[in-house]
Design a protein around this ligand. Structure first.
Ligand SMILES: Cc1cc2nc3c(=O)[nH]c(=O)nc-3n(C[C@H](O)[C@H](O)[C@H](O)COP(=O)(O)O)c2cc1C
Length: 213
């Protein structure tokens, strides 16, 4: 017979309507101050802060609790330089022919172009991969569900946690992003302790999107 999964008991908090209203208004105000930022300081940020932020992202709900994501934290200047070069190559193509006229028009207010110096300035790049399937210890593949949606929600949690830590992020989506795989798999993998909340660093499948703080 299949073993029953061990769940972490839910310890919810109930509020009176007034407190609910105050909390929701306060959180809305707080989140309304989040902004996408495209210029970064290179101020050193303790790795543990980034680790906590990624752990927060990993608390997100996911299809059948498969947690089909991998967050790769990059701080090595050499890898950041390679990511910048690869991203700028794709962005150059995009801004010079690949993007539609309408798309370029929509981007105009942001003043963006193919130059992405922040990829080397920001102390951390967090590359987010989605996992279409898990590989079991015996090598068989096990499908994940609602992967795109789950990873998107986890990225939302990630951005909220970055904001809560007083940091800033840019969701950067150079397209196509397949190049990200080369950098994520070429280095030692660090795997966080497994629990009912799983989180792993070190990617394999296709990238989802990247943010940096
Ligand atoms: C999925 C996604 C992809 C994005 N890709 C880029 C990008 O490649 N480059 C960029 O400068 N901004 C990118 N952005 C940032 C948006 O332009 C930004 O979120 C939007 O203008 C709203 O601004 P705000 O985040 O400050 O509220 C992206 C945002 C999302 C959610």
């Amino acid at each position: 017979m299949k073993q029953k999964p061990a769940f972490i008991p839910y310890a919810g908090t109930q509020f009176e309507p007034e407190k609910m209203l105050a909390n929701s208004a306060e959180y809305y105000q707080f989140m309304d101050h989040r902004r996408t930022v495209r210029e970064f300081s290179n101020r050193a940020i303790p790795f543990e802060v980034i680790e906590n932020i990624v752990m927060t992202a990993s608390t997100a709900p996911s299809g059948a609790h498969k947690q089909p994501w991998t967050f790769v934290i990059v701080s090595d200047p050499e890898i950041k330089n390679k990511i910048r070069q690869a991203a700028e190559k794709e962005e150059f193509e995009s801004y010079n022919g690949r993007m539609s006229h309408e798309w370029l028009e929509d981007l105009q207010p942001f003043g963006t172009d193919w130059h992405k110096p922040f990829l080397e300035v920001a102390p951390y790049l967090i590359v987010v991969f989605r996992k279409a399937y898990d590989v079991l210890p015996d090598g068989t593949q096990r499908k994940n569900y609602y992967v795109q949606e789950s990873v998107g929600i986890a990225c939302g949690f990630l951005l909220a946690a970055i904001h809560q830590a007083g940091l800033v992020a840019l969701t950067h989506t150079p397209s196509p992003m397949n190049f990200a795989k080369n950098f994520a798999t070429s280095r030692k993998r660090e795997t966080f302790p497994a629990s009912t909340r799983r989180l792993s660093c070190g990617g394999r499948n296709g990238p989802g999107f990247a943010a940096e703080g």
